[in-house]
Design a protein around this ligand. Structure first.
Ligand SMILES: [Zn+2]
Ligand SMILES: [Zn+2]
Length: 328
């Protein structure tokens, strides 16, 4: 049904790609993160709530066809539908059925309800292609509400000391999840312009996201003193930040659990918060699909594949970066 090619996953019968690289005619996109939604394709198919994000990131003039979650489309005789992945706003798994066989391509997913994206729905299938970014048993997420409380406490304490709090998280997904779930009665929440742009896109699409103030490039320390600023990790050493001290910096990421992030960027504090499934989440999701065969990709494929095979679920790993072509 699906084939790995140099441009990514391809369905020969339906003549379409999924999260393709390079330039292809027809590309189905799981979600608007840049490692999945790439520019240059002739036409895109994506979930209705993902389309405004896709246009915002790839340009207004891209050719996008939209469908709702669970709506079935026939492409050259292959049935295609999109199902909630719970990863970020508008994210989808892609179900492909033909000749009595069903395959599901997970894209990125998580099982917790972040109150912003439609929660993950397991989809029954014969073959499941699963991401496994955090496919090691050491990754086991604490209850997300505990993490939001830790963020609130850190911010409140800093505020009482006259210190400004900067929390780093991806501009699309993590930032909005934090904004949605923290306690806004503590004070105003400022956002870096890249986060503000994504906030505006999903608000226009109808998302119920609390108010934020987009940080002016020339903001001075007094203006934001004691408040919370949410910014992408890419600006951890940006000059914007140096002018805002006294500061406390923090990172919200799944990598915090193994301290991986602290090596790369100097932050004062870490919060374990990921938009990907942890080890137990991956296994739960995989089992719920009832798949006879699981193809692992993106992340700790070797470990998860070995565990699945040892547990009696046939599994193989693929490396998208090796650019080899074969039927899956
Ligand atoms: Zn993603
Ligand atoms: Zn990804």
């Amino acid at each position: 049904m699906l084939r790995l090619t140099k441009n990514g996953i391809f369905c020969p019968k339906g003549d379409f790609f999924i999260d393709a690289t390079g330039k292809v005619e027809r590309n189905i996109v799981t979600h608007a993160h840049s490692d999945h939604a790439r520019p240059g394709h002739k036409s895109y198919l994506t979930c209705k709530s993902s389309a405004p994000l896709l246009r915002s990131r790839l340009g207004k003039n891209i050719n996008v066809q939209i469908i709702d979650y669970n709506e079935i489309l026939s492409i050259n005789g292959v049935k295609v539908s999109l199902h909630p992945a719970g990863h970020i706003y508008g994210s989808a798994q892609i179900k492909v059925s033909s000749s009595g066989e069903t395959w599901v391509f997970s894209g990125d997913y998580k099982l917790e309800d972040d109150h912003l994206s439609v929660p993950f729905e397991p989809v029954k299938c014969n073959v499941f292609l699963s991401e496994c970014t955090f496919g090691l048993p050491v990754y086991s997420w604490p209850d997300q509400h505990l993490i939001y409380e830790q963020i609130n406490d850190w911010w409140s304490f800093n505020k009482s000391e006259g210190i400004t709090s900067i929390l780093f998280g991806y501009s699309l997904g993590k930032s909005q999840r934090i904004i949605k779930n923290i306690d806004h009665s503590i004070g105003p929440v400022y956002v870096h312009k890249t986060v503000g742009k994504m906030n505006d896109v999903i608000r226009r699409d109808g998302a119920n996201l609390p108010d934020t103030i987009t940080l002016d490039e020339n903001a001075n320390a007094n203006e934001v003193k004691g408040n919370l600023i949410i910014a992408p990790p890419s600006i951890t050493s940006h000059r914007l930040i140096h002018g805002l001290s006294p500061l406390s910096t923090a990172m919200a990421s799944g990598w915090v659990q193994t301290g991986k992030y602290f090596g790369r960027s100097k932050v004062d504090k870490g919060f374990i918060l990921s938009d990907h499934a942890d080890w137990n989440g991956l296994i739960k999701a995989i089992k719920e699909t009832n798949a006879e065969r699981v193809i692992t990709m993106h992340g700790y494929t070797e470990e998860l594949t070995r565990w699945l095979n040892d547990s009696g679920i046939e599994s193989m790993e693929i490396d998208m970066l090796k650019h080899r072509s074969f039927d899956l």
